[in-house]
Ligand binder design. Structure first.
Ligand SMILES: *[C@@H]1O[C@H](CO)[C@@H](O)[C@H](O)[C@H]1NC(C)=O
Ligand SMILES: *[C@@H]1O[C@H](CO)[C@@H](O)[C@H](O)[C@H]1NC(C)=O
Ligand SMILES: *[C@@H]1O[C@H](CO)[C@@H](O)[C@H](O)[C@H]1NC(C)=O
Ligand SMILES: *[C@@H]1O[C@H](CO)[C@@H](O)[C@H](O)[C@H]1NC(C)=O
Ligand SMILES: *[C@@H]1O[C@H](CO)[C@@H](O)[C@H](O)[C@H]1NC(C)=O
Ligand SMILES: *[C@@H]1O[C@H](CO)[C@@H](O)[C@H](O)[C@H]1NC(C)=O
Ligand SMILES: *[C@@H]1O[C@H](CO)[C@@H](O)[C@H](O)[C@H]1NC(C)=O
Ligand SMILES: *[C@@H]1O[C@H](CO)[C@@H](O)[C@H](O)[C@H]1NC(C)=O
Ligand SMILES: *[C@@H]1O[C@H](CO)[C@@H](O)[C@H](O)[C@H]1NC(C)=O
Ligand SMILES: *[C@@H]1O[C@H](CO)[C@@H](O)[C@H](O)[C@H]1NC(C)=O
Ligand SMILES: *[C@@H]1O[C@H](CO)[C@@H](O)[C@H](O)[C@H]1NC(C)=O
Ligand SMILES: *[C@@H]1O[C@H](CO)[C@@H](O)[C@H](O)[C@H]1NC(C)=O
Length: 827
């Protein structure tokens, strides 16, 4: 029981690890050529690999450009899910156990340029007639013949073809006939299975071949191999690659390449994933020295030293064309250093040597002087320490006299000051690659003047690294070196700097004062930069190439200039690697799809637009205001507001006072028409009691006494002002005001109704008070417009009702009731 549960937890743990690792394994290969051919927007990518699918989902968006269905269990591709995918350009269905493809699939996808259906179980090569198809991979399936279907005649643009089946054992003369007119340049043929038969002439049908990879062993089958070589010579292919030429247990390697010396077209030859031994190498290289070959590569080979004295090679006395040799990955069968006894004269004209992935930890002394023509030495991916390359026992009188480029990437170098001192020995060195080492800044560095390019990428160096570099440097690679900030001073040290790579650091801003007059190319992708501003690039007048993707861009007006103004052809990775990071609403939105309007982001434009708009609106409001007597309405509103505001104060004040009338109305008898027909009916109709002079005056008393008694028993005094009133009656009121200064001070009790306009200037100077009252506009104007008259009445009535006597009395009664609890309200 307990063991079972352990194994279950172990299983769960394994699954957890597998699912954690997964995203890395299925990462879309963005730098692949087919990918670049097809994908123009990140939104067009659908990676459905490793999804445990049993069929193609039917709801694929119709903007899909790249569809990866690999590592599922899809035995048949039907047409239906592909209908509508008219933009599909890259289809990848590998490792799915695929057995059948309906021709309808390709009818729906006319734009397909890349089709990869390798690693499946297709029993025949399917019919494909896509005019635009450029890359087709049919490797590792189960068809039993390489006979190409006639429909392939339509693939006139086919550039790359990969064919291979473990069940196809022979190649027949007319297998490739339908492709005679295709522009096929790159062919990979075979599945690592020995061909039982190859009909001479089969490959000659492919006339435009340039690079050919043959993935088949030829152990002891000299005949077939020679036939293949002769045919490839006819196609004039320039580059040949042989994968698994010999299986591990091959006992007859023979002299396979003896025809090489009569094949003038082949320039590049690669031997890959193959078992070799020193006796084969001796024979093989003799052919190579005599051939037209220019470039020879060994990739992932296992080397066995089967001859007693190791690799022996005698002097040659003819010119050798070979100028480039690559060893990339050598597994030594014997656990010892291999022995070479050869005249280095044979390689004395070599210009390029790569010795990578060999486990080398000491560079042999004799090599240093043996390669006088060498221009490029690539020793990347070995185990060389500082003293392994500059070995103390070697004499350095003549070290690589023509060497221009040296790569020591991916080794164990550590001391930058030591290396900088040693580089003075290489008089022509221009470029040095120290990336992926353990370099530390351990002291002052002095670099030779001719060295202009240095890569220190992927070493942990920090911000101070610039101080250790030479002012002659033109190209500096400081990718992933732990830089958190750059300053104007850092770059001003390099007057001739043209290329600067700062990818994968933690830089947050490009300083606005950054200046690099000569800079042509800047990489600052994968940093922590939120915006790229006009100011940041202003000091880089010659910048032609910028790579800035993979930064956490802010999608706001800060990015406006970058998104809309900056010339995107300068950006290497646009629009692909540019996405919004903040604000959260825009997170993961492609920056190219982020829309800002110039209006919302440019200050001057805002002002330029806003000012006229505001003026226009003001003018419009002004016009409406004027047309609809806004002034009059405003005045009324003002009066009404004041009345409301003072109402409360007033009612407190008037708690102990009671009035006989709401208002005393004073007017000139010439205006009695209006008063009798409009004012009095309207106010009395609303329940106001009025004291009207002439009507309610006590006959026989002095007019001023009458006025005063009426005023005193009214809450408000209402003057109906008109020219007549001013001329005939005003004198009386001057007198009244003079006598009762106290009442007149309480201006609120006076209400002036302006029956007709009275220009202030037309009034006699002596009517000081009237002039000031009119100037202060504390009056109600009688309007002729009927709608406005309603407002007029409402205002007037509300003024008078403030003094509703019964309300006042009730307030007094309630106040008393509050103070004398025994009394009860009798209502
Ligand atoms: C893609 O589908 C949408 C609806 O899902 C449709 O509006 C649009 O026209 C289609 N575009 C193409 C190119 O078929
Ligand atoms: C097709 O897919 C296989 C498996 O992923 C891959 O190894 C191969 O390189 C692809 N072929 C091409 C031409 O890209
Ligand atoms: C190739 O082109 C030639 C002439 O242009 C034509 O006669 C021949 O049939 C074509 N072959 C194929 C396989 O399309
Ligand atoms: C390769 O072609 C050239 C000229 O086309 C010819 O002279 C030479 O003999 C051929 N070599 C072989 C091995 O067929
Ligand atoms: C080395 O190559 C020869 C043929 O040149 C072959 O006979 C021999 O078996 C090979 N040795 C080993 C160890 O594979
Ligand atoms: C052939 O070799 C040259 C020199 O190394 C190289 O530049 C070129 O890319 C190679 N061509 C092919 C097709 O591999
Ligand atoms: C290297 O070659 C051997 C065969 O010699 C092969 O089994 C192995 O997979 C190859 N390794 C790589 C990384 O291609
Ligand atoms: C080297 O190449 C030249 C042409 O590039 C050719 O004439 C010469 O014969 C070649 N040398 C050898 C040894 O094949
Ligand atoms: C190296 O080769 C030469 C002949 O080219 C021979 O005389 C010499 O003995 C060889 N040395 C070793 C150590 O095998
Ligand atoms: C060198 O050339 C001479 C004559 O040109 C020839 O006799 C001799 O065999 C050649 N030596 C080699 C190793 O090819
Ligand atoms: C090296 O090149 C020079 C001139 O280019 C030539 O004279 C010499 O024979 C070549 N050496 C070899 C071994 O090819
Ligand atoms: C920059 O380049 C110019 C012209 O190539 C050269 O004269 C000058 O010495 C260089 N300056 C530095 C500091 O390398």
């Amino acid at each position: 029981m307990s063991t079972q549960s352990t194994s279950v937890t172990f299983l769960i743990g394994t699954i957890a690890i597998v699912s954690l690792i997964k995203p890395d394994c299925v990462a879309v290969k963005e730098d692949e050529s087919g990918f670049k051919l097809c994908v123009t927007s990140r939104g067009g990518i659908r990676d459905l690999s490793h999804h445990n699918l049993r069929s193609v989902p039917s709801n694929l968006p119709n903007d899909t450009q790249y569809l990866d269905l690999s590592y599922n269990f899809i035995q048949r591709l039907n047409g239906a899910p592909f209908s509508g995918l008219s933009q599909l350009c890259y289809l990848m269905v590998t490792n799915c156990g695929l057995r059948e493809i309906s021709p309808a699939v390709f009818r729906h996808t006319p734009a397909l340029k890349v089709l990869n259906i390798s690693y499946n179980e297709l029993p025949i090569i399917p019919d494909i007639s896509l005019k635009w198809l450029k890359i087709l991979d049919l490797a590792n399936n189960l068809y039993n013949s390489y006979r190409i279907p006639a429909s392939f005649q339509k693939l006139v643009n086919l550039d790359v073809l990969v064919l291979g089946s473990t069940a196809a054992l022979s190649i027949n003369y007319d297998d490739f006939d339908p492709l005679t007119n295709a522009s096929l340049h790159h062919l990979t043929l075979g599945a690592g299975i020995h061909w039982q038969n190859y009909d001479s002439g089969a490959l000659t049908k492919l006339k435009s071949l340039e690079t050919v990879s043959i993935f088949a062993p030829f152990c002891g089958d000299l005949n077939t191999f020679e036939n293949v070589l002769v045919d490839l010579n006819v196609t004039k292919a320039t580059s040949l690659r042989f994968i698994t030429l010999f299986p591990d247990d091959c006992s007859d390697t023979g002299n396979l390449f003896k025809n090489l010396r009569t094949m003038p077209f082949i320039k590049n030859l690669t031997i890959e994933n193959t078992w070799t031994n020193s006796s084969f190498m001796e024979v093989f290289l003799k052919n190579v020295w005599l051939s037209y070959l220019y470039d020879l590569s060994f990739v992932n080979i296992t080397y066995s030293e089967d001859t007693l004295d190791g690799f022996q090679f005698r002097t040659i006395n003819h010119t050798i064309n070979l100028s480039s040799i690559t060893f990339n990955g050598i597994n030594h069968y014997q656990y010892k250093y291999p022995t070479f006894n050869m005249s280095f004269e044979a390689i004395s004209n070599l210009t390029y040597l790569k010795f990578s992935g060999t486990g080398m930890n000491i560079l042999p002394c004799n090599l240093l002087s043996a390669l006088p023509s060498l221009e490029t030495l690539d020793l990347s991916d070995n185990l060389l320490p500082d003293s392994g390359f500059w070995w103390i026992h070697c004499s350095y009188t003549s070290v690589f006299p023509k060497l221009k480029r040296l790569s020591l990437s991916k080794n164990r170098f550590s001391s930058l000051s030591f290396i900088s001192e040693k580089t003075h020995q290489m008089k022509t060195l221009e470029s040095l690659d120290l990336s992926f080492n353990s370099i530390s800044l351990d002291g002052d560095c002095s670099w030779p003047a001719q060295l202009t390019e240095l890569s220190l990428g992927n070493n942990n160096l920090g911000n101070s690294v610039f101080k250790y570099l030479s002012e002659n440097f033109e190209r500096i690679d400081l990718s992933k070196t732990g830089i958190t900030a750059i300053t104007k001073e850092d770059l001003s040290r390099f007057p001739n700097l043209t290329h600067l790579q700062l990818s994968s650091n933690s830089i947050q801003v490009i300083p606005a004062d950054l200046t690099a007059k000569a800079l042509l190319s800047l990489y600052i992708d994968q940093n922590a930069i939120t915006t790229i501003s006009r100011e940041g690039l202003a000091g880089l007048p010659r910048l032609q190439t910028l790579k800035a993707g993979g930064n956490p861009f802010v999608c706001s007006c800060d990015s406006h200039w970058f998104v809309t103004v900056l010339n995107k052809s300068m950006l290497l990775d646009w629009p692909f690697d540019y996405t919004c990071s903040t604000p959260p609403a825009f997170a993961a939105l492609p920056l190219s799809e982020y829309k800002t309007s110039e209006l919302s982001c440019e200050m001057w434009l805002q002002a330029a637009v806003a000012v006229p708009v505001i003026i226009l609106i003001c003018a419009a409001i002004g016009l409406v205001f004027y047309k609809c007597d806004g002034v009059w309405y405003t005045k009324m509103l003002w009066v009404w507001i004041r009345v409301k505001r003072r109402g409360k104060m007033r009612s407190n004040m008037l708690k102990n006072v009671s009035f006989s009338y709401h208002a005393f109305i004073s007017y000139s008898h010439q205006d009695s028409d209006w008063v009798d027909s409009q004012l009095v009916p309207s106010l009395e109709g609303a329940g106001c009691s009025l004291c009207v002079h002439e009507r309610d005056f006590v006959p026989g008393e002095w007019i001023i006494d009458n006025i005063i008694s009426c005023v005193e028993s009214s809450y408000k005094t209402l003057f109906v002002l008109s020219k007549h009133f001013v001329q005939s009656e005003w004198c009386n009121y001057e007198l009244f005001f003079a006598q009762h200064r106290a009442i007149s001070v309480q201006r609120d009790s006076l209400v002036f109704i302006l029956l007709e306009p009275i220009p202030t200037d037309s009034l006699p100077k002596k009517f000081l008070r009237l002039r000031s009252l009119l100037r202060q506009q504390t009056y109600l104007e009688w309007p002729n417009d009927e709608r406005k008259q309603q407002v007029f009445w409402a205002s007037l009535k509300s003024m008078l009702h403030m003094a509703d006597t019964s309300v006042v009395m009730k307030d007094v009664a309630l106040a008393i009731a509050d103070t004398v609890p025994l009394l009860t309200d009798q209502d």
